[in-house]
Design a protein around this ligand. Structure first.
Ligand code: DX5
Ligand code: ZN
Length: 229
C-alpha cells in the first residue's frame, strides 16, 4: 500500500571537512533527500550549522534539501534557508507558539512545510495544522545529537497519528522519522506508517561505508516486520 520508503541521510554524522563529497556519495548511493540538521544551542543543547553550510549542500547535490530546524523563533530564518536552497523546511511544534503563521510563511516562501514532534509531544497537538502541511516528523529520539538509541514506543505513536488523521478526515501528509533509524528499527516504523527515514550514524558511520549501509537500510525497510516474537 505504501510506496517504497524514502531515505534521507543526515549530514550531521558526515565528515564536515569533506562535506560536498559526503553529500555526493549519498546521492550516488541512491539517497532520496539530503537531511540538514540545524541546531541553535537553545531549543536543543547542541549547535550545528546555518544557511551558509546549507547553501554548500545545495550546490553539491540535485536532491531535495530537507532542512530540520531545531531552533527557537524559526520564523526569523525561513527566508535565509529558502535563499540557501532549502526545498523543505520542518519546524518544531514545541518551538512555535504561532505555528500556523510559520507554516504559512514557509509555504509562501516557496518551500514545503513540515512540523516535527518531540517524543513527549502528543500527536493530538497537530489537530489544527495537519491539513496544512506536507510532512509530519515524528522524532524517534530527543533532538540534539546523532547516535542516540531509537525510542521503542515510537511505532505506536506513528500508529496513533495515522488513526487520528483518519478520524480527523485529513489526507495524511508524508510521515518522516528521525533518530536511531537503522536496519533494526526501520521495518518497525515503516510498518507503522513512516514513509521517509532519516538516518545519520547508521549510514555515515557504517564500517563498510555509506553505499552498503544505505542498501542495507533500504532492504530492511522494504521488509516490514509483522510483530515482535
Ligand atoms: C537528531 C537529528 C537527527 C540526527 C539523527 O536531533 O535531528 O537528524 O542526525 O542521527 P542518528 O541517525 O545517528 O540518530
Ligand atoms: Zn533531523
Amino acid at each position: 500500500m505504501t510506496p517504497k520508503p524514502l531515505i534521507a541521510p543526515s549530514i550531521l554524522s558526515a565528515d564536515f571537512g569533506r562535506l560536498a563529497e559526503e553529500v555526493q556519495l549519498a546521492e550516488a548511493s541512491g539517497a532520496d533527500w539530503i537531511h540538514v540538521d540545524v541546531m541553535d544551542g537553545h531549543f536543543v543543547p547542541n549547535i550545528t550549522i546555518g544557511p551558509g553550510v546549507t547553501a554548500a549542500v545545495r550546490n553539491a547535490t540535485g536532491l531535495p534539501v530537507d532542512v530540520h530546524l531545531m531552533i527557537e523563533n524559526p520564523e526569523r530564518y525561513v527566508g535565509a534557508f529558502v535563499d540557501a536552497g532549502a526545498d523543505r523546511i520542518t519546524v518544531h511544534y514545541e518551538a512555535c507558539p504561532h505555528l500556523h503563521k510559520v507554516i504559512q510563511a514557509i509555504r509562501v516562501s516557496g518551500a514545503s512545510p513540515g512540523v516535527a514532534l518531540n517524543p513527549s509531544t502528543p500527536v493530538e497537538s497537530l489537530r489544527e495544522v495537519a491539513g496544512l502541511i506536507d510532512l509530519i516528523l515524528i522524532m524517534t529520539v530527543n533532538p540534539g545529537f546523532g547516535g542516540q538509541s531509537f525510542i521503542p514506543e515510537s511505532p505506536d505513536k506513528i500508529r496513533r497519528l495515522m488513526n487520528r488523521l483518519r478520524e480527523w478526515g485529513i489526507q495524511p501528509p508524508l510521515i518522516q522519522v528521525d533518530g536511531g533509524v537503522d536496519p533494526e528499527s526501520a521495518p518497525k516504523v515503516v510498518r507503522a506508517g513512516a514513509q521517509v527515514l532519516v538516518a545519520g550514524s547508521a549510514l555515515y558511520r557504517a564500517d563498510d561505508g555509506l553505499a552498503s549501509a544505505l542498501a542495507r537500510l533500504r532492504s530492511a525497510a522494504a521488509q516490514p516486520v509483522r510483530s515482535r516474537v
